[in-house]
Design a protein around this ligand. Sequence first.
Ligand SMILES: Nc1ncnc2c1ncn2[C@@H]1O[C@H](COP(=O)(O)OP(=O)(O)OP(=O)(O)O)[C@@H](O)[C@H]1O
Length: 440
Amino acid sequence: MSPDPVRIGLVEDDPIMGESLVQRLTLEGMAVKWWQAGQAALGEIAGHRFEAIICDIRLPDVTGEAVFREAARGANAPPFLFITAHGDIDQAVRLMRAGAADYVTKPFDMEDFLARLGDLMRPPGDGDQAALGVSPAIRETERLLRRLARVSSTVLITGETGTGKEVAARFLHAMSEAAAAPFMAVNCAAIPADLLESEVFGHEKGAFTGATQRHLGYAERAGTGVLFLDEIGELRPELQAKLLRLIEDRSFNRVGGEQPLQFNGRLVTATNADLPRRVAAGSFREDLYYRINVVAVRMPPLRERREDIPWLMERVFAELAGRLATQTSGISALAEEAALAHSWPGNIRELRNRMERAIALGMGPWIMPGDLFPEQVPSRHEDAHQLGSLEEARLDAEKRHILRALASTQGEVTSAARLLGIGRTTLWEKMRRLGLGAEP
Ligand SMILES: Nc1ncnc2c1ncn2[C@@H]1O[C@H](COP(=O)(O)OP(=O)(O)OP(=O)(O)O)[C@@H](O)[C@H]1O
């Protein structure tokens, strides 16, 4: 069975704040119990299991502090995340000393709020190890996936080709309580349309010419695990209707089968297509879109998270070097610089392919830029024309150096400028001139 949703208690008397938090947390797959006064909360916190309590400090009857102190006396008291107004900081600090888990000050950024909530619910030790990357963008995605692993809601993973959507879906599954159950991946674009239905839902013996035996589809074989439908935008209309039924009634029929079967797994879908546009154009059902899009996770392209490039290169090198039994010792700094300056239209898949080629065919002890980007190596008789002026070489080196500084400061321009020993405005100017696409 899928795990129960994470239960959160919310003590908040402001209806607008309460309403919007309930909506957002529910969207994140959590089950929220909302009280508008302290006494009502106290009556229920003790007798039930909550993963966390979000509590306003100012309440109409008792203070948030009183709710916390009372709840803290119970066995297995949940962590408290306080919402404070500006003037309440002293009280919040006192509460933290008394054992409250965290506090946020109004007005707060919702993503930051969710990240903090996720942090305080995470079991100690879990999640400290980067699994998908080290950039702030992917760390945030990873946190979201870890939170979603605890609930059973349908998840839509979006992102350009090769950004790691399937890897993210597998990670979500591996972090869940159903990790031991199967993960069944289906690429809806790779299977011929007329075979897809029987691949996903299975068929009975004699359902069509050639169906000599009963065949169990991916939905059935997923059991209590995950049915992962990649390239969901390519699904034909008849199958869209059947998938809708799978989600709404949690049931399906094998092709040619009379008996409805129950779907016990979790549906995770992925796409690199613009689904809202397909909905508008009428080629993707709107009701299905809303059903699969309960929670959306966006995998950012590599060019938006350059800090991950060296990390991924090392990781892929460590993995492939063993498998390919290479003599190569590692990645040269020049190759890393060239990789940082590349735009990676094929994202992580392209990075893997280039690394694999470089490891397999590289001649020297270290992977060099030419091993990674052979198409950029000028042939001998072109050398004279392609050598470029000293000015071009200088600009090129400057660009790579700036990118490395930005990568090491996680894109933070002021710190990068400090590292480079130039002013912030000068750095902005250079970035603009070098086409590094930054707006102050
Ligand atoms: N965090 C990662 N670490 C190492 N390799 C990764 C990582 N993420 C993705 N990859 C590799 O990159 C390649 C593409 O990943 P994946 O198939 O998950 O992308 P995708 O977004 O589903 O692609 P598509 O859009 O083509 O379906 C795979 O070879 C995968 O192993």
